[in-house]
Each structure stands twice: as structure tokens, then as C-alpha cells.
Design a protein around this ligand. Structure first.
Ligand code: SAH
Length: 224
């Protein structure tokens, strides 16, 4: 899989994408992430990428030309399955969307800034708009990093134990059961006996029961 991210703040993406599981996925060749600095594609003096909004109002708007140039440049060598714009009014990211995007070959992720981007980019170039929640952040970089993490950990071979992504919350409309590790007792706080019993069938049944219990209690909306 190849992910091309377009941003005015490449540094913001460095940390989240180049550490831990996402770094390992890249080193293993399971995903290629390229970060493109939008300013490098600006045809304007001082490499500017934003301008005042028509009709007035506070805040700058990202201009068409740098984004158009950058996307066209990328499309010269690659056919993209999706050109995604991170946006608070987009479709809400959930596990189902992450699963479906993890099956794609090549995607572009465009990070907005300021007041957002010129609407005509959204109308003519963007194929999918994604929000990570009902709140407004100052830029699309953190949302893009969240989206990348949610997708990349699902690629076969990225997680050591491939089953472990399947057992996470939301994969089967259930949230995950509680987890424990050593010591079996701390301060009088005990791990449930069943987990120490060695009876895998009973343990699996217990985990399922707890997952259902938790979902009913915390996220009844998932059971609808
Ligand atoms: N004026 C816009 C917000 C712009 S915030 C509005 O009211 O809808 C600046 C940029 O941050 C956006 O262009 C987008 O790329 C990103 N962003 C902010 N909040 C986001 C969210 N919840 N999900 C995804 N992207 C977000």
C-alpha cells in the first residue's frame, strides 16, 4: 500500500508515523508513506499557499493552485483509489472504514489548515472526506496520522500476532473484554480465576461474555 500525504507542516507527521508499529510496517515494506510539503508546489511568490476568503470573514483559505499542482504531479506516476480530505464535516472514521481503506492500493490524504481549503478542490478532486470526531482541530495532520494508524495496523504482517487486530474493539460490533497480566495478585487485587484455569474453551466463553456485557453497558448503540 502507498499513502501520499499532502501537508504544510510535514514535521507534525514525522513523530507519529516514524515510530513503533508504523515505522516497522514501513521497514518491512508493507506500506510506503510519502510526505509532500504543499509549499514546494506553490507557483506563487514566497511559496504562499493561502489567501483571504472571498466574501470576508476571519481566517485564511488554502488556495487551489498548490493543491492542484501537487495532486497532478502525484497522479503522473500513480493511479489513486481515493483522494481523501481530512475535514470535520466528513464521514466519521470508524473501524469499518479503516477495514475498507486497508484494502486499497494507493491513497492521497490532504491535510487542511486555517479555515480549510477552497471548496472547488473538494468538488472536483477529492473523492472522500473523513472526520475523526465532532470537534475542530487546527490542522489535518493529527487526523491524518490517526487515519494512517487505524489503516496500517490492519495490513497483513504489520502486527506480530495477526489475530490481535481481529480481537480488538469494534471488529465484531463488540468492544474488547478486560485484559490482565502478571502479577496474578497485587495489593489483594486479583485476576479472575478463570483466566488462570488453563481451560481455553471456558476462557474464550468468558471473554465473549465480558465483551457482550461491556458493550451493553458502555456502547449499546453498537448492538443495534
Ligand atoms: N473551518 C472549518 C475547520 C477548519 S480546521 C470548519 O469549521 O469545518 C482546519 C483543518 O483541520 C481542516 O481543513 C481539516 O483538514 C482539519 N481538521 C480539523 N478538525 C478535524 C476533524 N475533526 N477531523 C478531520 N480533520 C479535521
Amino acid at each position: 500500500m502507498k499513502i501520499d500525504i499532502i501537508t504544510v507542516l510535514p514535521k507534525l507527521l514525522d513523530g507519529p508515523l516514524n515510530d513503533s508499529i508504523l515505522l516497522r510496517a514501513q521497514k518491512k515494506g508493507l506500506v510506503t508513506i510519502n510526505i509532500h510539503n504543499l509549499r514546494d508546489h506553490s507557483p506563487f511568490k514566497h511559496k504562499s499557499v493561502d489567501d483571504y476568503a472571498f466574501g470576508g470573514g476571519a481566517g485564511m483559505v488554502m488556495m487551489i493552485e498548490p493543491i492542484y499542482n501537487c495532486i497532478n504531479e502525484l497522479r503522473k506516476d500513480t493511479t489513486y483509489d481515493e483522494i481523501i480530505y481530512m475535514s470535520p464535516d466528513g464521514e466519521m472514521l470508524d473501524q469499518k472504514m479503516a477495514n475498507s481503506l486497508s484494502l486499497k492500493g494507493n491513497i492521497i490524504i490532504l491535510c487542511g489548515h486555517y479555515k480549510g481549503i477552497d471548496e472547488r478542490i473538494r468538488e472536483h478532486l477529492i473523492t472522500k472526506e473523513i472526520s475523526i470526531g465532532n470537534y475542530v482541530l487546527s490542522g489535518g495532520e493529527l487526523p491524518a496520522a490517526v487515519l494512517c494508524d487505524s489503516i496500517i495496523r490492519l495490513l497483513p504482517g504489520v502486527l506480530n500476532d495477526e489475530m490481535s487486530a481481529l480481537e480488538d474493539s469494534f471488529q465484531d460490533d463488540l468492544i474488547a473484554p478486560p485484559t490482565y497480566t502478571r502479577p496474578a495478585e497485587f495489593n489483594g487485587w486479583k485476576v479472575p480465576d478463570i483466566l488462570l484455569s488453563g481451560d481455553q474453551k471456558k476462557i474464550d466463553a468468558w471473554k465473549h461474555e465480558k465483551a457482550v456485557e461491556r458493550t451493553v453497558e458502555r456502547r449499546p448503540d453498537l448492538l443495534k
